[in-house]
Write a protein that binds this ligand. Structure first.
Ligand SMILES: Nc1nc2c(ncn2[C@@H]2O[C@H](COP(=O)(O)OP(=O)(O)O)[C@@H](O)[C@H]2O)c(=O)[nH]1
Ligand SMILES: [Mg+2]
Length: 203
């Protein structure tokens, strides 16, 4: 009886767990962002930038932010690993797409990789947070300039925002994550994932 009550209580009041993909081309700053998220939202120290090695496969970070449980998946960005991304697409509530705003020579590659992500049917309706990272660098381009370059007309009705951040010093990150949690809570995609989890019995 107790366990039934406890289960019901848990079901009604436990925080939803959101899965967030961190995508972007190699060296955009995805892993540095993940470590910054850990240090901003938990008592655990994130890895300092000089200890971060190129990602092969997957890094996972669990944090609580804006009263929600977030699980971030940082997927390796090298071209050979991009097929791994798709395995995680189905389960994701939202996408964080990281761009090195200090490196215009990477924009072409970034734009085509983002286009592919947005066209993928398993990511339909997933809210998109684009982070113009490395704003601490003097030559970093603004969000307006980046948005113009990315020419985001494939977005249709997708909820999205572009935010200027620095994964080094944390600028802009909390504001961006607050936005993300807010849109995930009310997105149709979250509703769809909830229904699917209910049907199959998985969370
Ligand atoms: N100046 C600056 N460098 C950054 C920032 N974020 C990441 N980097 C550097 O960019 C390089 C690639 O970062 P990493 O997190 O490994 O990129 P990933 O391949 O996308 O995971 C590393 O040398 C980082 O120290 C940032 O906000 N500002
Ligand atoms: Mg990495």
């Amino acid at each position: 009886m107790f366990s039934l009550f406890y289960g019901l209580w848990n079901y009604m009041f436990s925080k939803t767990e959101f899965h967030v993909l961190i995508l972007g081309v190699d060296k955009a700053g995805k892993t540095t962002l993940l470590e910054k998220l850990k240090s901003l939202y938990s008592n655990l120290e994130g890895l300092p930038p000089d200890r971060i090695v190129p990602t092969v496969g997957l890094n996972i970070g669990r944090v609580e932010a804006s009263n929600a449980k977030l699980v971030f998946w940082d997927l390796g960005g090298q071209i050979g690993l991009r097929t791994i991304w798709e395995k995680y697409y189905e389960e994701a509530h939202a996408i964080v797409y990281v761009i090195d705003a200090g490196c215009p020579s990477s924009f072409e590659d970034t734009k085509s990789a983002l286009g592919k992500v947005l066209r993928h049917e398993d990511l339909q309706g997933a809210p998109l947070l684009i982070l113009a990272n490395k704003q601490d660098l003097p030559g970093a381009v603004s969000t307006e300039e980046l948005a113009r370059y990315l020419d985001l007309k494939e977005l249709n009705e997708r909820l999205y925002m572009i935010e200027a951040v620095s994964a080094y010093n944390g600028t802009g990150i909390k504001f961006a994550i607050d936005w993300l949690v807010d849109v995930m809570e009310r997105s149709k995609r979250t509703e769809m994932l909830r229904v699917r989890a209910g049907v199959t019995g998985h969370v």
